[in-house]
Design a protein around this ligand. Sequence first.
Ligand code: GDD
Length: 317
Amino acid sequence: MRRVLVTGVTGFAGSHLVDYLLTRGDCEIFGTRRWRSRTENIEHFPDTVTIVECDLRDASSTRDTLERLRPDWIFHLAAQSFVPTSWSAPTESLTTNVLGQLNIFEAVRRVNLKCRIQLACSSEEYGMVFPDEVPIREANPLRPLSPYAVSKVAQDMLGYQYWMSWQVDNVRTRGFNHEGPRRGPVFVASDFAKQIADIEKGLKPPVLSVGNLEAQRDFTDVRDMVRAYWLALEKCAPGEAYNICSGRAWTIRKLLDHLLGMTSAKIEVRQDPARLRPSDVPILLGDNTKFVQATGWQPTIPFEQTLKDMLEYWRSR
Ligand code: GDD
């Protein structure tokens, strides 16, 4: 049995990753959470999943935890992951994301752990992508457009540097947008689906607030994404970066229209200036060839199904 640690286990991707690990039945599962984090995403876990309290921003907490658990594999998913929050609280975003990972690397090095680490890097790192650069490959320049994106560039580059300097074995997965049930209500697909469900229940007036509908994103279902994370550690080369994406882009307008097509409620769409960003990434459309060649991974859940599942999720709550 492989000892597997998931950081950020109470989060969206973390909880789905544990669901996937449970179906495999070939690992002992550990998860770290901060003491005040919400637990609703992990309440369905069986007792065989061990949850430990650890603040990755605290070096001694991180080192003690890794020394005690001695994982074979670490999926590092803990992060401040909402782009707008990184403008209102840049220090918090950079500290959580960059120092959190640095503390893991230093603990692994000093405790002399022989483990593989998956780093949840992001397509946001590419930032300003020009029309002749899509679909985006791993060698594309990184032109981050938010403090969040800068924090992910730093995580990504630390992965490279710790492999080259210290042979800390890690794989940098550059995940493009991923969605599904349990997605936090601030992210676009979940936000729109929740607004529709609230309107249907009469909990809010029939006006749906939106931001920039012209942006384009490459969406993958979270259940396909966490399977890709597993394959990354099983099959990918240390120190390398891989795009994980579907290779198809949707405008946010198309996403909205698709969700609106699933309700009979009459809804007015209104742009809320507060939802516009100081600089929004115009297009993220990825090329997944490198990852597919290394692992054979293919996404299996169409985005239409993901959106349906998300709307049902909010309707049932
Ligand atoms: N959240 C939100 N709310 N976004 C909106 C809205 C709205 O009302 N209206 C339009 N958008 C647009 C945003 O401007 C952005 O262009 C796009 O929808 C997606 O926004 P988010 O769902 O907040 O995700 P993101 O693309 O900024 O970042 C997500 O994907 C990254 C990978 O590419 C996050 O999950 C990041 O953590 C992740 O790294």
